[in-house]
Design a protein around this ligand. Structure first.
Ligand SMILES: NC(=O)c1ccc[n+]([C@@H]2O[C@H](COP(=O)([O-])OP(=O)(O)OC[C@H]3O[C@@H](n4cnc5c(N)ncnc54)[C@H](O)[C@@H]3O)[C@@H](O)[C@H]2O)c1
Length: 448
């Protein structure tokens, strides 16, 4: 056997014996799957649903939940019942890791706490599966990069937006060379009022806690473009404004529940009529003062509703991007203009339709070749069918082939937030901002 084959075979065999939660499945002697030990940090709505109840419902054959951690003891109590697990709960992350020894942490805290949990977890020997955004500023991103280097632990960022089947198809078509080299990308994302209101009511309205929607929300979009282009952002120029919410409101109350303006406020919402939100948040406010139904017109809101950016990529492509929150439309439109043609998709919200379409128009407009339509069926499940596919790869079979590189790494997490952080800086300074120099990661022309 030659040396290369020997190394390949022995490392596969070693992998099966000493499986790491991020890279492989392990079997015990009786051939049964050895469950991997995970702990959930952050038992808010995302934590208890997708990475709590749904995870245990669909993947308990592969996964053992060994602990739940949150800074709010009331939310923890609710989470344990809602998820239906009998593991211990902790308000101290350190204590949980010491006692329960999870192999990996699932991080679903609010954005501004991600870095603390990720770094502490890695230093105490855990791998990390973290929700987006990786973190909210470049200094915290650097701390995470340093910790990864120091500890050798692995991080997966759960970019579920890479997984819907028609986005995979789009990636496949681009990769196949159908549209040639991409010159420009037009990408416009709209969030409707009820969606934007949910951000304005919560910690997302405070830039120190969510990094503004340039980071909290656009991290998904910049990641998609980085992934589609297989390149990284070089420079960003941006505008942003807050015109409707925050200090622009003509009246304001303490919070929605006890506001004297409910009759005239288009955003009035009674949290006590929403049993899930009441149990998770309102009933547990006494522990930490987390208010879920803050006034959307509070003076402290310092994020934007309108976001427009131009992003130059290392491979020469230019992205024209917007995130608009001041229309009552939910959906997006994306087009790639390449040397051989244009690929375009327009998607409305989370539609009732069973399929989505993409149009390819060849570059030569005198040719009698008609635009070609690609139709892709939606898969069942959250975020246009992307969530279950991502969960299968992480929790069911981490060795599953990943030819389109849908599983996002730490580098992907950093590059996607840096585009948003640079946009935020550009809004403040009125000048273009380079990605190089924000962290020690130097952007690359081609990622893979
Ligand atoms: N990928 C997606 O499509 C998607 C969708 C929704 C939310 N998310 C992400 O999931 C995360 C959670 O969002 P959410 O809507 O559930 O928020 P949430 O406010 O409902 O929950 C956050 C929880 O974190 C807890 N927390 C705060 N600091 C903590 C700390 N230091 N240690 C432990 N717990 C702490 C809070 O008490 C709260 O229970 C966010 O990062 C968000 O961006 C991703």
């Amino acid at each position: 056997m030659d040396r290369r084959k020997f190394l390949t075979r022995t490392s596969v065999a070693a992998g099966a014996l000493f499986a790491n939660p991020m890279t492989g499945l392990a079997s015990n002697i009786s051939g049964k799957i050895k469950k991997r030990k995970f702990a959930l940090v952050g038992t808010g709505i995302r934590g208890v649903t997708m990475f709590g109840r749904d995870l245990m419902k669909e993947y308990s054959q592969y996964v053992e939940m060994v602990g739940l951690c949150d800074t709010n003891p009331g939310r923890l109590k609710f989470a344990k019942e809602f998820i239906g697990v009998d593991c211990p709960v902790f308000t101290s992350l350190e204590e949980m890791i010491k006692k329960q020894k999870p192999e990996a942490l699932i991080v679903t805290t609010e954005d501004s706490a991600h870095h603390e949990v990720i770094i502490k977890g890695m230093e105490m020997g855990c791998d990390i599966i973290t929700e987006k955004p990786l973190t909210i500023d470049e200094d915290k991103a650097q701390l995470i990069l340093d910790a990864e280097k120091r500890t050798g632990r692995k991080i997966i960022v759960t970019f579920n937006y890479r997984y819907p089947p028609y986005r995979a198809k789009m990636k496949e078509l681009i990769k196949s060379g159908l549209i040639g080299d991409i010159n420009t990308v037009d990408f416009h994302w709209n969030i409707d009022h009820s969606h934007l209101t949910r951000y304005m009511q919560r910690w997302h309205g405070d830039s120190k806690r969510g990094g503004t929607l340039w980071v909290h929300k656009s991290t998904h979009h910049f990641d998609m473009v980085n992934w589609f282009l297989d390149s990284e952002p070089k420079e960003v120029f941006a505008y942003g404004s807050l015109d409707r919410f925050g200090k622009n409101g003509k009246f304001r109350g303490e919070n929605c529940r006890n506001c004297q303006h409910t009759a005239k406020c288009p955003y009035y919402w009674d949290i006590n009529k929403d049993s899930m939100s009441k149990s998770l948040y309102a009933d547990n406010e006494k522990y930490d003062g987390y208010v879920r139904d803050n006034c959307v017109f509070r003076n402290e809101i310092d994020i934007f509703e309108k976001h427009s950016a131009v992003v130059k990529y290392m491979n020469g492509a230019v992205l024209n991007y917007s995130l608009t929150g001041d229309t009552d439309f939910e959906g997006y439109w994306i087009a790639f203009n390449g040397t051989k043609g244009r690929l375009e998709a327009r998607i409305e919200g989370y539609p009732e339709k069973t399929f989505a379409e993409m149009t390819f128009t060849p570059i030569d407009r005198y040719s009698d070749e008609k635009p070609k339509i690609f139709r892709v069926d939606y898969a069942r499940g959250g975020h246009w069918g992307g969530d279950p596919l991502m969960m299968d790869k992480i929790f069911k079979d981490p060795t599953m082939p990943d030819p389109l590189r849908q599983q996002a790494t730490l580098r992907d997490g950093v590059m996607s937030i840096l585009a948003g952080i640079a946009a935020r800086m550009s809004v403040d300074s009125g000048k273009p901002v380079e990605i190089k120099g924000l962290t020690t990661l130097v952007p690359q022309n081609v990622i893979s």
